[in-house]
Design a protein around this ligand. Structure first.
Ligand code: 13P
Length: 254
């Protein structure tokens, strides 16, 4: 059986950084640095307010735009929330779902992750679903158990066809913003586990085709080692995606 070619993805999650003006200057500066990139997909996830401007400005660079979250309802009395169709109309093609900061600070659960994945798919917004264990869970030897739960409940009831637009990001919580990256071997081990669980939960075809990104203190100087691993298909980059030069250096990992 032939193994599907998984096109690499370098994605930046800006979190709560950058105003609209700062977004404009990022895209002006990054475009010449990445304009000849053909070896990978590039995605930037700005804050909601900057989505529209980012999608207007990103075409010369070939960077796709992602939201960082969404609400699962189409519309309604949900003060402060943003729906999939609003995100689509702003020009974004992707959305992060279940980032560990949403899980830890804003009460995101595997059940809400599942509803958000369904809402994104229904609006043809490509989900980038984040999973990963905390330091406490890893040290207690529970990494696989946590990933298994997040996959089983987060993706509950989804069909094989539902998976084709889905991207997964493995982000060990202890590696986010700490400068403490998982070694390429540790990340590879977790990615291989995720793929093997997807084979059990969905199918061998999905397990082999789904792109799994690593996230957690990815920088220009550690991206190469990560990208050499068999089951790592790209990166979800926080801090180092905020500067055009370091984002472009990560994109040029080869
Ligand atoms: P850092 O790259 O800043 O560690 O953030 C990772 C992350 O959370 C991306 O979603």
């Amino acid at each position: 059986m032939t193994v599907p070619l998984r096109r690499p993805i370098i994605a930046g999650n800006w979190k709560m950084y950058k105003t609209i003006l700062e977004t404009e200057s990022f895209f002006a500066d990054v475009a010449p640095l990445v304009k000849d990139v053909h070896h990978c997909d590039m995605i930037i996830a700005p804050p909601f307010l900057a989505l529209r401007r980012a999608s207007e400005l990103s075409s010369p660079s070939g960077i796709a735009i992602s939201a960082q979250d969404l609400h699962w309802e189409k519309d309604g009395a949900f003060t402060g929330e943003v729906s999939a169709s609003m995100i689509r109309e702003a020009g974004a093609t992707h959305t992060l779902i279940g980032h560990s900061e949403r899980r830890q600070l804003f009460g995101e659960t595997d059940a809400s992750v599942n509803k958000k994945i369904r809402a994104a798919l229904a609006s043809r917004l490509l989900p980038i679903v984040c999973i990963g264990e905390t330091l406490e869970e890893r040290e207690a030897g529970r990494m696989e158990q946590v990933l298994d739960r997040q996959l089983t409940l987060g993706f509950a009831g989804l069909t094989e066809a539902d998976f084709s637009p889905i991207i997964i990001a493995y982000e060990p919580v202890w590696a986010i913003g700490t400068g403490r990256t998982a070694t390429p071997e540790m990340a590879q081990q977790a990615h291989a586990f995720i793929r093997s669980r997807l084979q059990g939960l969905v199918s061998r075809g999905v397990a082999q085709a789904v792109r799994i990104l690593y996230g957690g203190s990815v920088k220009p100087d550690n991206i190469r080692g990560l990208m050499h691993q068999a089951d790592i298909d790209g990166a979800l980059v926080g801090g180092a995606s905020l500067q055009p030069k370091s984002f472009a250096d990560i994109v040029h990992y080869q």
